[in-house]
Structure formats: C-alpha cells, structure tokens
Design a protein around this ligand. Structure first.
Ligand code: SAM
Length: 280
C-alpha cells in the first residue's frame, strides 16, 4: 500500500496557531518535507517533534518530487510543510500534489492558517466572493497590468506584496484603479505588530508612503463600485423608444430592467403608464 502525503499548514507568526492534528501528523509521519529545513527544525523542536526532515523547495521541486513519490510508493507517509501557512499557496507543493494524484497516492489536507484568508477575514471588505492573485510582480509595468485585470472585478482581490514595494504598489494601484478605490493592507498578521489598514488608495498611500514599511504584507482591493445607470427608469424607456424604434416594448423593458437591476414587472408597469399617457 502506498503511503499518504499530508499537506500540513503551520503558523504564519503566532505559534499557538498550530493545530492539534498538525502536531500529531508531524509526529507520526515517516518524513517531513520542508521548504527550509533549518527554519522548520526550529518549529518542530519547539513542539518537541524530532521528525526526519528533508528539503523540498522551488528549485529542487522536480528531482525531489520524484524521490518523495518513491518514498510514498514504498509505503512511507510524508508531511509537506512550508516556512509559514499553507503549503502550495504561493509556496512549493502544487506539483508534488499533482504528481501524487496522478500516481493514485492519497493526498490529505491538514488545514490551518493562510495569510490570504486571515487577511480577508479581518479586512472588512466583501468576503462572499474573492480572488487570490498571488505575489504582485516586482516591476511597475507588471503591477499595473495585474491591477488592470481586477479593475472591473466584482470580487475582492487578494495580493501578496513585499514591504519595501508597498508604497510603489499603492501608487500604481491608484494610477490604474483611481485614488478612491477602497483597499485594505494587512501587516504582520498574528504577530506583535499586527496592523489592518482600510481606506482609499490615496489614504493608504498617505499612511504607508510616510514610513519605512516593515513585516509581511497582504494587499486587498475592494470590488469595483457598481456603476449606477444615469437618470430614471422613465427616462431610459423614453430614450430607447426614441433611439431604438425597431425594438418591441417587451425588448425595451428587458433592456431597461437589466440596466437598472430591477424586476421586469416593475419596468413593464412604468412602460404601460407611459403608453397610456401618450394616448391621452
Ligand atoms: N503559504 C503561505 C500562506 O498560506 O499564507 C504564503 C507563503 S508566501 C511565500 C509569503 C507571503 O505571505 C508573504 O510575503 C506575505 O505577503 C504573506 N504573509 C505570510 N505571513 C504573513 C503575515 N503574518 N502577515 C501578513 N502577510 C503574511
């Protein structure tokens, strides 16, 4: 029987955020694959775990992935951890998971912290729909392109960013999405200097542009504000009757209802009123 690959989340700052299940799995597995073995040895030692550690990081992913799959095929159980948070989320892991799934090896999540979800949960921005966009590009042109892709987005967009680039990113954001676009910046989550800033891009720039920003950063961009149609339903009906005389009343009603986000029956009532008035 092949072994199981466990994708184990670890704290993003506060060590109390390790889960009981993560501790048990890390104790029980045959091998722990870690991004940085020295960093992870300190974490494991803190919890009294003397696991066998091996490295698995971006640049040895292909060769090491194959070796880990061999261990799993031989019936060994492996836990994958990253330096912080959930492996495979802007961290190595995805290819190993895919390789294991292709081989029919069981992959099990041991969920826990992830900076993106932690930031979203306390941001005060809409959480019903969101997109995770990973790290922002290091250069301004790339960042601007990344911001343009979320310009008309109806979901909160989540980016990871380095502290020394935050001010430049906010500048690019303001230039692409406007100074009034609402943003949130989560800094040093779960740590001593945790901070959550929410405001317009302009306010965020005033706040973070005036200081040397330190620590780890998640930048969130609010959904694009809904564009309100100009004028009233009545005016929209009259305009269409004037400009689109080839459309039937039903078609005009459908268009106007869509534009105003109203039930067709409401717009239809208004259209009937207009027709009656014209008859008089
Ligand atoms: N896999 C991790 C996760 O699930 O959150 C993310 C790893 S990624 C290499 C590291 C980035 O996550 C940091 O550069 C920062 O943008 C964000 N991050 C990690 N810990 C954080 C924290 N405590 N506060 C704010 N952002 C954090």
């Amino acid at each position: 029987m092949p072994g199981t690959l466990y994708i184990v989340a670890t704290p993003i700052g506060n060590l109390e955020d390790i889960t009981l299940r993560a501790l048990r799995v890390l104790k029980e597995v045959d091998l722990v694959a870690a991004e940085d073995t020295r960093h992870s040895r300190r974490l494991l030692t803190h919890f009294g775990i003397g696991a066998r550690l091996t490295s698995y990081f971006e640049h040895n992913e292909a060769a090491k992935g194959e070796r880990l799959v061999e261990e799993l095929r031989a019936g060994k159980s492996v836990a994958l951890i990253s330096d912080a948070g959930t492996p495979a989320i802007s961290d190595p892991g995805y290819l190993l998971v895919r390789r294991c799934r292709d081989e029919g090896i069981a992959v099990v999540a041991v969920p826990g912290p992830s900076a993106a979800v932690a930031a979203l949960s306390i941001s005060g921005l809409p959480t019903d729909r969101f997109s995770f966009e990973g790290f922002l590009p290091a250069r301004s042109a790339g960042r601007k392109a990344a911001f343009r892709t979320v310009a008309k987005e109806g979901r909160t967009a989540i980016f990871y960013e380095a502290p020394h680039r935050l001010a430049a990113s906010l500048r690019d954001l303001a230039s692409e999405l406007g100074e009034e676009r609402e943003v949130a910046v989560a800094r040093e989550l779960t740590k001593m200097h945790e901070e959550l800033f929410r405001g317009s891009a302009k306010e965020a720039l005033e706040h973070f542009g005036a200081q040397k920003v330190r620590g780890e950063i998640v930048l969130l961009v609010a959904p694009a504000p809904e564009e309100k149609p100009a004028g009233t339903v009545r005016e929209a009906l009259l305009r269409r009757q004037r400009e689109k005389s080839n459309l039937s009343m039903k078609e005009i009603v459908r268009e106007v209802a869509k534009e105003f986000g109203l039930p067709g029956s409401d717009v239809y009532r208004e259209a009937l009123k207009l027709r009656e008035e014209k008859k008089r």
